[in-house]
Design a protein around this ligand. Structure first.
Ligand code: HEC
Ligand code: HEC
Length: 321
């Protein structure tokens, strides 16, 4: 047993180091490390297949809507609309989410629609308002596509099918790491002269009086959990996690969005109701938003300006035009 145990840890460690050396997904040491073993094993060919699929409108029933129609690279993988629109202009349920740093999270969608990034792509593909397709349709459409079939064989040793499509899309999304903002330079060097006095004041508020870090937890700026900020709208049926769990306390709970690249990902909130970032902070923290889940802090106008300034240091220029 003991020797088996030693042997096993030896093999695991060797694998870990072998993987890390060839890792194609690069991220800083201060990012959560628990998924490293999965991220290090993602191969470049798989990402290439996933990237091609992501931008291919043939993944929808009318060949007009790709994942990138609602997740534009230039907008940090959001779409700038209040509510996204899929096939024939039909409306999605929510505002489009950024897809950056998802390889480190374990809960997806505002209403907790998915816990697994390898399975999540099924939702938009089959959603009749988004891509409105089926896997039978996709397998048939691509069965003679030489490029896809060869990429799928190369990376998975099998033809393009429902599994390889979703796995490859997940691999591409995992490769989208945002970790080269001004704030990251500050974290890496610990040199506070990089930040202006306003940005530093905003940072102190973010971690201190504002309590923003409780839910928008650094370094990903989301806790991947769901909270009720008094934003539910029962008229439009956007009622949060309750839609999936039917647990009464989950009414009005929505996933905490990441604040990385927040400067670019407007409009804000699950229904895109607010266009301006300062307004989103002000609105979010106004006293009437108090619920059993959330106690807003009274912020002065000056504090909102400081926080806004700090949030702008979270922009990674790679995902901006
Ligand atoms: C018609 C627009 C549309 C299309 C097409 C679309 N998405 Fe989305 N996507 C959205 C919206 C809107 C959300 C937020 C929805 C929600 O949380 O309920 C979202 C959320 C996501 C999330 C969850 C992010 C998070 O942080 O929780 C992932 C992952 C995702 N999309 C991947 C994809 C992939 C992969 C494709 C292509 C197979 C795709 N999307 C196609 C609109 C779209
Ligand atoms: C109790 C948890 C919690 C705290 C504390 C919190 N937030 Fe939020 N925040 C959320 C949730 C949840 C949402 C999404 C709500 C929705 O769309 O319905 C959100 C949304 C936002 C948005 C809009 C993001 C987007 O992409 O739509 C901004 C900006 C924001 N918060 C900034 C802040 C700031 C700044 C602070 C501190 C002053 C703060 N938040 C404190 C949970 C929290």
């Amino acid at each position: 047993m003991r020797i088996g145990g030693y042997l096993c840890s030896f093999i695991c460690l060797t694998l870990l180091y072998a993987c890390q050396e060839n890792a194609v997904i690069i991220f800083p040491d201060y990012f959560p490390q628990q998924n490293r073993i999965y991220l290090d094993s993602v191969r470049i060919e798989t990402i290439q297949l996933g990237e091609k699929l992501f931008f291919d409108p043939r993944l929808s029933s009318n060949n007009k809507i790709s994942c990138a129609s609602c997740h534009l690279p230039d907008l940090a993988f959001t779409d700038g609309k209040k509510i996204s629109q899929g096939i024939d202009g039909r409306f999605s349920k929510h505002n489009s989410s950024t897809l950056l740093n998802l390889g480190f999270l374990n809960s997806f969608m505002f209403d907790k629609g998915s816990h697994n990034i390898e399975i999540q792509p099924i939702l938009p593909l089959l959603d009749t308002n988004e891509m409105n397709t089926s896997f039978i349709e996709l397998e048939e459409k691509f069965k003679d596509d030489k490029i896809y079939q060869s990429l799928s064989h190369k990376t998975y040793g099998r033809p393009l099918n429902r599994r390889t499509i979703t796995w490859a899309l997940a691999a591409y999304m995992k490769s989208l790491t945002a970790s080269t903002s001004l704030y990251d330079s500050f974290l890496t060097t610990n040199d506070s002269s990089m930040l202006s006095p306003l940005e530093k004041r905003g940072m102190r508020l973010f971690y201190g009086k504002g309590k923003c870090n409780q839910c928008h937890t650094s370094p990903l700026f989301t806790d991947s959990k769901h909270h009720n900020l008094g934003l539910e709208d029962s008229i439009t049926g956007r009622i949060g996690v309750y839609a999936n769990t039917l647990i009464p306390l989950d009414r009005g709970r929505f996933k905490t969005p990441s604040l990385r690249n927040i400067e670019i990902t407007h409009p804000y909130f699950h229904d895109g109701r607010i266009a301006d970032l300062k307004e989103a902070i002000r609105y979010h923290q106004s006293p009437e938003r108090a619920t059993y889940d959330f106690i807003p802090v009274n912020l002065s106008e000056k504090e909102i300006i400081d926080l806004h300034q700090f949030l702008k240091t979270l922009t990674d220029a790679k995902f901006k035009n």
